[in-house]
Design a protein around this ligand. Structure first.
Ligand code: ACO
Length: 329
């Protein structure tokens, strides 16, 4: 007789990694000034809440950041890499066109055989990846997954465009997600609306040995802002309701760290106190798919987030994509 399917998946360890090169707004402003681009710490802090970001060294790839975050999550879960049977990496800045960053990471972890693939949902990537891993665990397709968000957004920034290059940073965050009979992930929800592909995109590709189009990030900041606050509120409410909980039951809100004004506005719309909001955008900038697992790990390691706490993760990003996961740690 087959073993009964697990009722839940549960996070058993978290980890993260930021590359050592940290640039404050003043450092970045001084660098941009050399090319005649004007910006200031005052403008960046006031409009975004960002004070610093980390950039990976040129020879460092997405999978290198993912590797350290994954190793830290495995250690926290007291888990050997060989026991992992699923690796999902959420990224929009993969090492190569193919193979996937997940396969490259698997090689760097020194394991083989388990399923490994990437998920591409830009800044919603981690929420998408966690939802896929949760589904695979609950259907019995996997028992122990490494779910990672990792990005080197510095590689796709246009450093002549001050409206975008001040916003992003590099980093990685990871969790070990295991089959469990106790919660666990309680509710998940994913959405996309391809009508908005143009408001946030990198409209380039590789063809015939050449880069075609423009391989740098383009964004209509105001359009993104308006859409982001609306969908984050809707999807957060929806997963809370699906789980049979209320906003008061949520201990920590961990939204995608795009911009302090989006984070605060979402928290207020959900009528949650601002001190339930985990904020890392001030020190990391927007690290796209890495931002939620990075914030989660910082919250855990910093002692704010405790075992048993109820967490609401909510992502939003290019595509346009959005989604949320409600879980008990
Ligand atoms: N430094 C100084 N001045 C700047 C800078 C800068 N880095 N960037 C723009 N400006 C100037 C503009 O040139 C403009 O000047 P002007 O009035 O003389 O023309 C002025 O500041 C206002 O520009 P806006 O683009 O209207 O600024 P806005 O208030 O909309 O803020 C921002 C821009 C921060 C991008 C805002 O639209 C926003 O927060 N959008 C959300 C987008 C976001 O967070 N994206 C992250 C990625 S998406 C995601 O993760 C979901």
């Amino acid at each position: 007789m087959n073993a009964p399917l697990p009722r839940y998946s549960r996070i058993t360890g978290t980890g993260s990694y930021l590359p050592p090169n940290r640039l404050t707004n003043d450092d970045l402003a001084a660098q941009l000034a050399k090319d005649g681009i004007e910006t200031s710490d005052h403008w960046i802090v006031e409009r975004t809440g960002i004070r610093a970001r980390h950039f990976a060294a040129p020879e460092v790839c997405c999978s290198d950041l993912a590797l350290v975050a994954a190793q830290r999550a495995l250690e926290a879960a007291d888990c050997d890499a060989a026991s992992i049977d699923l690796i999902i990496v959420a990224t929009s800045t993969p090492d190569m066109v193919f193979p996937s960053t997940a396969c490259l990471l698997q090689q760097k972890l020194g394991v083989h055989g388990c399923a490994a693939f990437d998920v591409q949902a830009v800044c919603s990537g981690f929420v998408y990846a966690l939802t896929v891993a949760d589904s695979m665990i609950r259907t019995g397709a996997a028992r122990k997954a490494l779910v990672i968000g990792a990005e080197v957004f510095s590689r796709i920034l246009d450093f002549t465009d001050r409206t975008t290059c001040v916003l992003f940073g590099d980093g990685a965050g990871a969790v070990v997600l295991e089959a469990s009979d106790t919660p666990g992930v309680l509710a998940t929800e994913l959405h996309a609306d391809g009508r908005h592909v143009n408001i946030l995109c990198v409209p380039g590709t590789v063809s015939g040995g050449k880069v075609l189009g423009d391989p740098l990030l383009k964004m209509d900041g105001q359009a993104v802002f308006k859409l982001a606050v609306g969908v984050l509120e809707d999807v957060a409410r929806s997963v809370i309701e699906k789980a049979g909980r209320t906003a008061d039951d949520v201990d920590w809100l961990i939204p995608h760290q795009a911009n302090i004004r989006i984070l605060q506005s979402t928290t207020k719309r959900l009528k949650m106190p601002l001190d339930k909001l985990i904020i890392t955008v001030d020190q990391h900038g927007n690290t796209s798919a890495a931002s939620i697992p990075l914030a989660l790990d910082e919250g855990v390691r910093g002692g704010k987030i405790k075992p048993g706490d109820s967490l609401l993760l909510a992502g939003v990003g290019g595509g346009f994509t959005w989604g949320a996961v409600l879980l008990d740690l």
